[in-house]
Design a protein around this ligand. Structure first.
Ligand code: 5RP
Length: 218
């Protein structure tokens, strides 16, 4: 099967956001990955609702919104109203993860859970049947352009086994340091969705780079 490709808008040229989004519309990208950082869950601040709404105005593809924020349950409905189609919260940021996932689904969005590199797949055992997308962080969240963490392959395999054993169709998304060297291995290990920021936006021809990722299969 072909992977879903989700370019991370964080790596785009914010001064030309409309043309960057229009470029993604013309490309084979499946989702637009939107990173929201609050300066508390992660040591960086990206952007919030007004920028998301501006992106939504021009986007013709689903918005995959990754909330790197504390207390995400306070903002779920607002992110949905701002155009989110997939809303992913961090397991480490949720006191009541099951409740927060139900809250996301009640808005009509797909519910995602992100795991930091140190967080064990075992913690998903009692929640996996309620999750549409698991986002495995393959860098420590907070910044684009970081080096891929190799232990991610092992985590993908463990997650894939859990998904198969529970007979669910949860997607496995990989976020951080994805490039043309590791993408085939990630897909072989069981990944379904590849997030790519710098690899896409720093390339000479982002549309071609996205097409090259899309050609790979899992
Ligand atoms: O979630 C993120 C950072 O926390 C980004 O989506 C991720 O880092 C993608 O950027 P790159 O492909 O450049 O690593």
């Amino acid at each position: 099967m072909r992977p879903l490709i989700a370019p991370s808008v964080l790596a785009s040229d914010f001064a030309n956001l409309q043309s960057e989004v229009e470029m993604l519309n013309r490309s084979e990208a499946d989702w637009l990955h939107i990173d929201i950082m609050d300066g508390r869950f992660v040591p960086n601040i990206s952007f919030g609702f007004p920028v998301m709404e501006a992106i939504k105005k021009h986007a013709q593809k689903p918005m995959d919104v990754h909330l790197m924020i504390v207390e995400p349950e306070l903002y779920i409905e607002r992110f949905r109203a701002a155009g989110a189609d997939v809303i992913t919260v961090h397991l480490e940021a949720c006191h009541h993860l099951h409740r927060t996932l139900q809250q996301i689904k009640a808005t009509g969005a797909k519910a995602g859970v992100a795991l930091n590199p140190h967080t064990s797949i075992n913690l998903l055992e009692d929640i996996i049947t309620d999750v549409d997308v698991v986002c495995l962080m393959s860098v420590n969240p907070g910044f684009g352009g970081q080096k891929f963490i190799e232990n991610t392959y092992r985590k993908i395999e463990a997650l894939k086994n859990l998904i198969i054993s529970r007979n669910v169709d949860t997607l496995i998304e990989i976020d951080g340091g994805v490039n043309k060297q590791n993408a085939p291995l990630l897909l072989n290990s069981g990944a379904d969705v590849l997030v790519a920021g710098n690899f896409v936006f720093s390339s000479e021809d982002p549309i071609r780079t996205i097409a090259d990722l899309k050609k790979l299969s899992n």
